[in-house]
Design a protein around this ligand. Sequence first.
Ligand SMILES: C[S@@+](CC[C@H](N)C(=O)[O-])C[C@H]1O[C@@H](n2cnc3c(N)ncnc32)[C@H](O)[C@@H]1O
Length: 194
Amino acid sequence: MIKNKTSNSLRGAVPLSHLFLRERVRPGDRVVDATCGNGHDTLLLAQLVGPEGRVWAFDVQEEALTATRELLSGEGLSGRVELLRAGHERLAEFVREELRAVVFNLGFLPGGDREFVTRPEHTVAALEQAAGLILAGGIITVCIYTGHPGGPEEGEAVARWGAGLSPKRFNVWSSRQLNRPATAPYLVLVEKSG
Ligand SMILES: C[S@@+](CC[C@H](N)C(=O)[O-])C[C@H]1O[C@@H](n2cnc3c(N)ncnc32)[C@H](O)[C@@H]1O
């Protein structure tokens, strides 16, 4: 069984994204973590793809890559993950394979330097590249935080991008927790249908 501290609760956007990732990602798959931060999403992806799979994990701060490297190493999973100190807006430069999933967890690293916050123009550029690489039946998950400066604008940019995708090729969902404040994180889920 794949262990994860959020596995039994659906409080928040991240556990909901993990539910979809567990449903879709299979051993041997190629996947991307577009914002690895402390490595929790990368760890789940590394577990799901198994020894034959591959994970590319992006972040712009060394602190995040170090935390992710240590987490993976503690679980003996470093070998299946390529850590990249690069902005996700360069995704297609580093990844040329078809992907089962691309994971975005926007905002800033909790407890870290808020200078390294995700930005709408980079996020949308990366989403566009992710949509070009994703397999039919593959998913893009985007956890969105609107409680910090720039967060609402980033959420709107993601919504505009998602709304513009052809319904013949993509299914685009937005999931909010109705019994939490309007600023609670929410999930945008994109599935490539054909
Ligand atoms: C909310 S944190 C991610 C949390 C992470 N997924 C986890 O499981 O711990 C957002 C991360 O995005 C990173 N980031 C900001 N701009 C970025 C960019 N252009 N490309 C990749 N990562 C970026 C930040 O450095 C930060 O670590």
